[in-house]
Design a protein around this ligand. Structure first.
Ligand code: ADP
Ligand code: MG
Length: 696
C-alpha cells in the first residue's frame, strides 16, 4: 500500500469543499494550518460556553452568559451614530436591553421585529442597574432553537473566521469522517475506557460539558493517543529498519579497554559501567545499534564513548566521533589523545579546516585502516571520506538531530553501529517522543567527589562587588567565565556589550588577565583565546554565549552570567555546567536586572535551588511547553495537534510499547489491526514510516 487508502480521500479533499467554507475562509484557515477537512478534525475546541436555556436573566450569575427566550419590544435608535442602539426585550420575569454599537437599523429591525419571540444568548451585565446584553452571540427564532447547543464549543480562531463558521465547518468535516478499523490494542482501549475513533471525534467536537474538554477525558485522550501512536509507530519502524540492516557482530577483546582503565586515576561510576555493558551488548549482537547515551554535563560521557570506540578497534575495525563544532572536536581530540596513547591506538582529527595535501594524507591513512579512531566535525561524513572498516559512529551533543538525519547517518557507514550522545537532560515523555526509535542509556550518577556549585542571584546594581570578588578570586589562582547578555536577536548588539564588558574588566583586573571570545571572531582567534584560558594564561574569559557546550577547563570555578533572566533554563544549566568540574568549590553568579518578570524569577530561583538537570528540564517543559523546548522544526518531532506532551506525558510511554509490540507481533502490518495501523499512519501523514513498511 504505497498510496493513500481511498477511505481517507474525503478527509484529504480541499477545505473549501466543506459547508460554509468559501475561498476567503479557506485562505484564513490556512493561517491555522488548516487546509483539508482532516486538519479541522484534529483542531479541537479549547473551551466551551454553557448555553443552557434559562427562564429569565433574573437570578443569573452576572456578568455571565445567559440564554433566554424573549419577546421583542421597542427599538430605541440613537440620535447620534456613535451612541448605542437599544432593543428592549422581555423574558418570563423581567425586561432587559440588547445593545448594539454602530448598528444598522434596517438589519436589526429584520432580526428583531417588535412583538416577535426570539431566543437570545450572550454575555449579560449590569449597566446603571439595568441588565443588558451587548452584541448577543446568538439571536434566533424560537423554531430554530436547536441551532444553539447547550454547550457550545469554542475553537481557536484566526482573523476572518468566526466561531460559527468554525463550528459549522467542523461539523461538516465530521460528516466526512469514515468508520475506521481499530489500531489500538484492545486491552489498552478497554482498560482506559476509550471510545472508537469516530465517536471520540464526535464527542470532542460536540462536548456535553467542560469535562469533555479536559485532556484526561476519554475522547480527548484517545485522539491524543492516536497521534502519539502514529509517531511511535514511525520511530519503531525506523528502529526495526535500522536493526534489520546490520548483519554482523562487533565483539571486543577487552584488551585495549583494560589498558585505558589501568591508566585512569579513578574508577568508573556504576552508571558508566552499565552504559558500556549496554553498548557492548548491542555491538556484539548481529543487529545495528541505535542507542542514545544521555547524561548531564560532567557525567563522564566521553569515557563511555571512548570505550565503545575501543570495542570497534579491538574487533579489527574503526570508529568515528563527530562533534557539532570545531572547538568541541578539537577538545575531544585533545582529551582523547592521552587515552589513545595509553591504549596504543591511532587517533586522528578531521575538520573543515583540513585542506589539500594534509587532508589527502589523512584520508589515505583512514582508507588504509592506519587510523583507528577519527574525531571531527560533520566533515567526517563528506563523500570522499572512506573508512577501511567503520564499525561505530558516535554523534556528540546532537539534540538537533531528527529521526530522518539519524537514518541518513546510518546509511553512511554501511553497517556501522550508531551511538548518539546528548548532554541535554530531557524529561522522559519528551525523550520518548524524540528518541523513541533508539534504545537509551542514562548516566544518572556523577563521578564521586564533585562539590556542589553555589549559585547566587545578584542584582546588576551590585556589579562593583562582583568585580571585587573576582579580583580576590583570581589572586588566589582561580579562573572565571563571564557570559554577556543576550540583548537582542542581533549578534552585533551582543558583541558590543561583550566588548564593552571586556574593556571594563581589563581595566579593573589587569590587561593581561582577561580574554574575549565571541561568535564573529575568526576561528583561529577563537581557538587562541580559548587555549590561553585553558592554559591559565588568562584568568577571566568574557564570552557571548559561544562558550560552547562541552568546553572543559577544570580550573575554572566561577561562572558569572549577566542578565541571566534573559536566558532560557536549558541554556543556564549548560552554562553553569562549565564550572564545578575540578577540585575547587565553584560559584555561579546569576546577575539580573530588576524588576524580574514572573517567568524570569521562576527560572533563576529554579537554578538557585537545584543542580539536577532533569529537575530543571521538567520545570522548563512546564514553563514553555514541548514544541518550544526542543525546537520542533529541528528536532524531527511532529507538531501534535491534539496531544499535549505535558498534560498527557504518561501516554507516550504506553504508545511506545504498544507500537513496538504491534510491530514485533506483526512486522508487515498484515493483520486486521496492522492494516488499521497503516490507515492511521496515512491519516497522520507519516509518509516516512509508510516508505519504511514498503521497503521493509
Ligand atoms: P560529559 O562529557 O558527560 O560532560 P566528561 O566526559 O567530559 O563529561 O567528564 C567530565 C570530567 O569527569 C572529565 O574531567 C573526566 O575525566 C572526569 N571523569 C569521567 N569519569 C569519571 C569517573 N568515573 N570518576 C571521576 N572522574 C571522572
Ligand atoms: Mg562532553
Amino acid at each position: 500500500m504505497s498510496t493513500r487508502p481511498e477511505i481517507l480521500f474525503p478527509l484529504f479533499a480541499g477545505i473549501e469543499t466543506l459547508e460554509g467554507v468559501g475561498p476567503k475562509t479557506a485562505q484564513s484557515l490556512a493561517a491555522l494550518d488548516i487546509t483539508r477537512p482532516r486538519d479541522l478534525l484534529f483542531t479541537l475546541p479549547w473551551s466551551g460556553v454553557d448555553r443552557r436555556r434559562r427562564a429569565t436573566v433574573q437570578g443569573a450569575e452576572i456578568p455571565g452568559v445567559v440564554t433566554v427566550e424573549v419577546v421583542v419590544g421597542r427599538h430605541d435608535a440613537p440620535a447620534r451614530p456613535s451612541a448605542p442602539y437599544r432593543v428592549v426585550v422581555e423574558d418570563a420575569a423581567t425586561s432587559f436591553h440588547l445593545i448594539y454599537f454602530r448598528a444598522r437599523a434596517d438589519h436589526l429591525r429584520r432580526l428583531l421585529p417588535t412583538g416577535a419571540r426570539r431566543l437570545v444568548s450572550g454575555k449579560v451585565e449590569l449597566f446603571d442597574g439595568i441588565a443588558q446584553m451587548v452584541h448577543p452571540d446568538h439571536v434566533v427564532p424560537v423554531e430554530e432553537a436547536g441551532e444553539i447547543p447547550d454547550f457550545e464549543p469554542v475553537y481557536p480562531l484566526t482573523a476572518g473566521v468566526t466561531q460559527r463558521v468554525m463550528a459549522k465547518a467542523a461539523q461538516s468535516a465530521l460528516l466526512r469522517a469514515p468508520r475506521l478499523g481499530e489500531w489500538i490494542d484492545p486491552a489498552q482501549k478497554a482498560q482506559a475506557g476509550w471510545p472508537d475513533w469516530h465517536d471520540a471525534l464526535r464527542v470532542a467536537h460536540s462536548p456535553g460539558s467542560a469535562r469533555d474538554l479536559a485532556p484526561a477525558s476519554p475522547a480527548r485522550e484517545r485522539l491524543a493517543y492516536d497521534e502519539l501512536m502514529a509517531h511511535q509507530m514511525t520511530l519503531a519502524l525506523a528502529r526495526s529498519h535500522l536493526r534489520r540492516a546490520k548483519g554482523r557482530a562487533t565483539v571486543g577483546t577487552g584488551e585495549l579497554q583494560a589498558r585505558v582503565v589501568a591508566a585512569l586515576p579513578f574508577a568508573l561510576t556504576n552508571a558508566q559501567t552499565r552504559a558500556i555493558a549496554d553498548i557492548a551488548a548491542d555491538m556484539g549482537a548481529p543487529m545495528r545499534m541505535n542507542r542514545l547515551l544521555q547524561g548531564d554535563v560532567g557525567a563522564g560521557k566521553t569515557l563511555v564513548a571512548f570505550k565503545a570506540l575501543l570495542i570497534a578497534v579491538e574487533a579489527g575495525g574503526q570508529g568515528v566521533l563527530m562533534a557539532p563544532t570545531e572547538i568541541l572536536a578539537r577538545q575531544h581530540f585533545q582529551g582523547l589523545t592521552p587515552l589513545a596513547e595509553a591504549a596504543g591506538v591511532r587517533l586522528d582529527i578531521l575538520t573543515g579546516r583540513d585542506k589539500g595535501a594534509a587532508r589527502g594524507a589523512k584520508l589515505r591513512a583512514l582508507a588504509a585502516g592506519e587510523t583507528d579512531i577519527l574525531v571531527g566535525t560533520h566533515a567526517v561524513f563528506q563523500k570522499d571520506v572512506e573508512f577501511a572498516d567503520l564499525r561505530l559512529a558516535i554523534v556528540d551533543e546532537q539534540h538537533r538531530f531528527g529521526v530522518r538525519q539519524r537514518l541518513e547517518l546510518g546509511q553512511k557507514g554501511a553497517q556501522a553501529d550508531v551511538l548518539v550522545m546528548t548532554a541535554t537532560p530531557i524529561p522522559r515523555s519528551l525523550a520518548l517522543a524524540q528518541y523513541g526509535d533508539m534504545d537509551v542509556s542514562v548516566l544518572d550518577e556523577k563521578p564521586p567527589g564533585r562539590l556542589p556549585i553555589k549559585t547566587a542571584l545578584v542584582n546588576t546594581g551590585r556589579m562593583d562587588e562582583v568585580v571585587d570578588h573576582l579580583r580576590h578570586a583570581i589572586a588566589e589562582g582561580r579562573q572565571a567565565y563571564w557570559v554577556c547578555p543576550l540583548v537582542e536577536e542581533s549578534e552585533a548588539v551582543d558583541l558590543s556589550s561583550a566588548e564593552e564588558r571586556y574593556r571594563r574588566l581589563r581595566a579593573a583586573l589587569g590587561e593581561g588577565r582577561v580574554g574575549l571570545v565571541h561568535g564573529q571572531m575568526p576561528p583561529e582567534d577563537k581557538d587562541a583565546a580559548m587555549t590561553r584560558f585553558q592554559r591559565g594564561e588568562t584568568s577571566v574569559l568574557v564570552a557571548t554565549t559561544v562558550i560552547e557546550v562541552g568546553v572543559d577547563v577544570p580550573n575554572a570555578s566561577i561562572m558569572v552570567i549577566e542578565r541571566a533572566e534573559s536566558f532560557g533554563l536549558a541554556q543556564l544549566h549548560q552554562l553553569r555546567g562549565r564550572v564545578g568540574r575540578g577540585t575547587a568549590a565553584s560559584t555561579c553568579l546569576l546577575m539580573y536586572q530588576a524588576p524580574l518578570s514572573e517567568g524570569g524569577r521562576k527560572r533563576l530561583e529554579t537554578m538557585r535551588d537545584t543542580e539536577d538537570g532533569f529537575r530543571i528540564a521538567e520545570v522548563d517543559l512546564e514553563m514553555r511547553g514541548a514544541g518550544d523546548l526542543i525546537g520542533t522544526a529541528q528536532s524531527g518531532l511532529p507538531r501534535f495537534r491534539v496531544a499535549d506532551l505535558e498534560a498527557q506525558s504518561a501516554l507516550m510511554a504506553v504508545a511506545q510499547s504498544d507500537a513496538r509490540k504491534l510491530l514485533a507481533d506483526d512486522p508487515d502490518l498484515a493483520s486486521p489491526r496492522g492494516r488499521a495501523a497503516r490507515v492511521l499512519l496515512w491519516l497522520m501523514e507519516r509518509d516516512q514510516a509508510i516508505r519504511l513498511i514498503s521497503v521493509g
